[in-house]
Design a protein around this ligand. Structure first.
Ligand code: AMP
Length: 397
């Protein structure tokens, strides 16, 4: 995969696939510019080198039809403000006038096309549609890691229309580099901390990690399905009966492969799912009826901390307790602090998933880890071992 650093951008019309699928309020104002901000380095590189950046994205799910609610014109002021430069709105990619508008742009200019998903051909990965987009530019840059798991016209098909001239933008490149660093170029001991609510949403990640990790820490709501697989009672804790065989298989595989599997050794239970719940701390692996496991206990925190501090590579996805409630945030805080400390000691740490990122933010530790992946679904598929079409298209270029 070639980075944008290898591209000759001066005087070139550069088609840049970005992920500006930003959250909006009812007035369609952008409520978080994070996704725009993360493309700034790529856009700045193009404009500084004297290229013309033609940005293109999807927004929401207009299902192949023109729908004003999903128009990118509503986000243009947020794009201008965040990138700190004027951005010309070009309108629809198939509009007869779009080429003329692009021809009026000068080196260093930035422009934005209308929502690509106004055409059903986009999500179908249609070749003719990709060709129509491709004819508007001289080079292609993909900086939309968040949509790299989609085989769409603007994320995968189009790259094949720019042989030798399709590049990864800085955001996409750094996301892939950090995931590779953890999954393929890892230094041992490699510890994965997988938490969160459900086994069912993490099952393929867990299975893929069984081929890679030295230590697997399972925490949070999903640990009670593992406890049940070991024959313990789970009280009113989160539990997925249909996932018990999966948990049993992971436990078995860990034994066969010599992976250290760590589950909570004590827990903080509440008598209801609320901040004002009554609380007990228990070392008994059986959660009493009427109580639900809400957070890792104090001994568990010490255990997890020791393993994390002994690690050279760390992957963390999913909180180990209901961290949104202060009363049950201590376990997740302890994990976040341990990951930060281990990073300071030289470990490489990758944190992904909305809740773990939010937890790091809550404890003021976002800057203390090696890399925070904002790739969402694309990151999860990468962790599952799935080849992402957008990455594959760039790698084969
Ligand atoms: P996920 O999206 O699967 O990573 O799950 C994140 C959610 O899991 C967060 O909202 C946490 O509050 C929740 N969670 C973590 N531990 C528990 C637990 N023991 N019981 C219930 N929910 C939990």
């Amino acid at each position: 995969m070639k980075s944008i650093d290898q591209a000759l951008l001066a005087g070139k019309k550069v088609l840049v696939r970005v992920d500006y699928n930003v959250p909006q309020n009812e007035q369609l104002q952008v409520t978080s510019v994070t996704r725009i901000k993360r493309t700034a380095d790529t856009v700045n590189k193009i404009t500084k080198d004297g290229g013309i950046a033609i940005l293109m994205s999807h927004l929401g799910r207009p299902k192949g039809e023109v729908n004003d609610t999903f128009s990118l014109k509503h986000i243009i002021s947020a794009v201008c403000e965040t990138l700190g430069k004027p951005v010309t709105f070009l309108g629809d990619v198939l509009d007869a006038k779009v080429e003329e508008k692009i021809n009026q742009l000068k080196p260093g200019d930035v422009a934005l096309l209308e929502n690509l998903r106004f055409h059903k051909e986009e999500e179908k990965g249609d070749f003719e549609f990709a060709k129509a987009i491709a004819k508007l530019g001289d080079l292609y840059v993909n900086d939309a890691f968040g949509t790299a798991h989609r085989e769409h016209a603007s994320t995968a098909t189009i790259a094949r229309l720019f042989p030798g001239k399709a590049y990864a933008g800085y955001l996409l490149y750094s996301e892939v580099k950090s995931l590779k660093k953890v999954l393929e170029e890892k230094k041992s001991p490699f510890t994965a901390i997988i938490g969160g609510a459900k086994v069912s949403t993490k099952i393929n990640i867990l299975k893929n990690l069984m081929e890679k990790v030295d230590n697997l820490i399972v925490g949070g709501g999903m640990s009670y399905t593992f406890a049940a697989a070991l024959g313990f009672s789970y009280g009113d804790s989160l539990f997925e009966e249909e996932m018990v065989p999966v948990a049993k298989e992971i436990i078995e595989q860990a034994k066969i492969k010599g992976i250290n599997l760590y589950l909570p050794i004590d827990r903080i239970c509440g008598d209801k799912f609320a901040e004002d719940a009554n609380v007990i701390v228990t070392e008994d692996p059986n959660v009493p009826d009427g109580w639900m496991g809400m957070d890792a206990g104090f001994k568990t925190r010490e255990l997890f901390k020791k393993i994390i501090l002994d690690s050279k590579t760390i992957l963390w996805n999913g909180p180990v307790g209901v961290f949104e409630m202060d009363k049950f945030s201590g376990g997740t805080k302890a994990v976040a602090e341990a990951v930060a400390e281990s990073t300071k000691n030289g470990a490489y740490s990758l944190i992904g998933g909305g809740d773990s990122i939010a937890a790091l933010g809550k404890f003021g530790l976002s800057k203390e880890v090696s890399y925070i992946s904002t790739g969402g679904g694309a990151m999860l598929e990468y962790l599952e071992g799935i080849e992402l079409p957008g990455i594959k298209a760039l790698e084969e270029n």
